[in-house]
Design a protein around this ligand. Structure first.
Ligand code: ADP
Ligand code: MG
Length: 139
């Protein structure tokens, strides 16, 4: 079933010039970009996006990281896009991620882990709507 997911190339990956490599991995996996936006998060943007993690001890640090430089926000479309992208990303902690996954290749630690990906249809809907209007998405 074709579906959409939200991906973010985080500030650490943008800083190390990995945008092209990461988008090539989406392409090769059949995750087709249908919207792309480069932006600098404000604190409020980061806090709203990660509101579900508000009570976690790492929340403030995570939001500080996410505003530390520009990010690339993408909507990816394809068969089982949500699960497929989570597999392509690898585990949250790059040390535990499978070989060849984006986080294994580009992540430094459990916080600076290169990419975000929606984890369910409900979060994908919220996250896509957080950054894009329907008219911003092609296909
Ligand atoms: P994922 O991004 O794999 O869905 P979570 O939703 O649990 O992981 O966490 C959101 C983000 O918060 C992670 O991608 C990572 O950047 C950061 N994070 C998660 N767990 C920790 C932790 N224990 N310490 C610091 N940062 C963390
Ligand atoms: Mg998550």
């Amino acid at each position: 079933m074709s579906e959409r997911t939200l991906a973010i190339i985080k500030p650490d990956a943008v800083r190390k010039n990995a945008i092209g490599d990461i988008i090539a991995r989406y392409d090769k996996a059949g995750l087709k970009p249908v919207a792309i936006r480069m932006m600098q998060f404000s604190k409020a943007t980061a806090e709203g996006f990660y509101a579900v993690h508000k009570a976690r001890p790492f929340f403030d640090s995570l939001c500080t990281f996410m505003v530390s430089g520009p990010v690339v926000v993408l909507v990816l479309q394809g068969d089982n896009a949500i699960k497929k992208n989570r597999e392509l990303m690898g585990a949250t902690d790059p040390a535990k991620a499978e070989a060849g996954t984006i986080r294994k290749v580009h992540g430094a630690n459990i916080e600076f882990n290169a990419v975000h990906g929606s984890d369910s249809p409900e979060t994908a809907k919220f996250e896509i709507g957080y950054f894009f209007a329907e008219m911003d998405v092609v296909g």
